[in-house]
Design a protein around this ligand. Structure first.
Ligand code: LER
Ligand code: MN
Length: 270
């Protein structure tokens, strides 16, 4: 059996999001991640204008690390950008931000993650209206990414974080409504453990539309620290023919180094 390709989330700047495994001090963390045996880093980038993509890639290449995915959620968390804000300027800025990620994503060979950047249904906005904005925005972003060969991965996120697209079934419906072949799903075991009746069945349903995969245990600690059956979940993922990365996105508990070490030690046993 081929070895799982493992990556871990790393932010290029300080960020508030607690599931980011390593924060700050980029080079030191890259060295640590490589030494632990990870194959890649998933970069959380608030604004690509703030990073030197060439330099980033050169540094990662030195450590033989790839970049399977780029996380965009900090633009929501720190700037309030979203595809579904009632203010058209905010929606436009969110779309532009995804377009801005395309050149570096193409260079890195990374998928662009659409997580919380899609937003939530804001007060005074109907679900239908928000959903229509979301479809429009994804069409725009997918069309901008396609010529560069870049794919977008929409992440179903649990009900406590968003009211738009919580389940895999809703994600697949959205993909059908958008109608773009470079739009797929990012599945996250933490969210699936809350929303899906059976995680393995949802993985099978998503099949070839799985463009990226996040792992955290039921308590959002590193895999192995909670009660998700990762042997069964990853077997279902393999059955779909998925050859991408398994990316660790969990809380830095009890501390970031221990979590990163425990995660890879556990996942390598599967
Ligand atoms: C991002 O990948 C994610 O899983 C969200 O829960 C961020 O809040
Ligand atoms: Mn996630």
């Amino acid at each position: 059996m081929t070895r799982l390709k493992l990556s871990i989330v790393l932010s290029t700047h300080q960020a508030g999001f607690s599931a980011v495994a390593f924060r700050g001090d980029f080079e030191k963390n890259v060295a640590k991640i490589a030494a632990l045996g990870y194959d890649g880093v998933e970069l959380a980038i608030r604004d690509p204008a703030l990073v030197d993509g060439k330099q980033l890639l050169a540094e990662l290449t030195r450590y033989h690390l790839t970049v399977p995915a780029i996380g965009t959620g900090q633009a929501w968390g720190e700037e309030g950008l979203s595809f579904t804000d009632p203010d058209e300027h905010v929606r436009r800025a969110a779309i532009q931000r995804v377009r801005d990620h395309v050149p570096f994503a193409a260079q890195a060979g990374a998928v662009i993650i659409i997580g919380l950047l899609r937003g939530i249904v804001k007060p005074g906005v109907s679900h239908q209206r928000a959903y229509a904005w979301l479809v429009e925005a994804l069409r725009d972003c997918a069309a901008a990414a396609r010529p560069a060969g870049v794919r977008l991965a929409l992440e179903p996120i649990n009900r406590y974080e968003t009211t738009l697209v919580n389940t895999v079934a809703q994600g697949l419906q959205l993909i059908a409504d958008v109608g773009a072949d470079n739009l797929g799903l990012l599945l996250d075991t933490f969210h699936m453990n809350i929303e899906e009746p059976r995680i393995e069945d949802s993985i099978r349903a998503a099949g070839e539309r799985i463009f990226h995969f996040h792992v955290a245990d039921s308590n959002r600690w590193y895999p192995g620290a909670g009660h998700i059956d990762f042997a069964s979940v990853l077997a279902a993922l393999r059955e779909t023919g998925y050859t991408g990365y398994i990316s660790g996105e969990f809380m830095p508990m009890p501390d970031a180094d221990t979590a990163a070490r425990q995660a890879i030690a556990y996942l390598r046993t599967l």
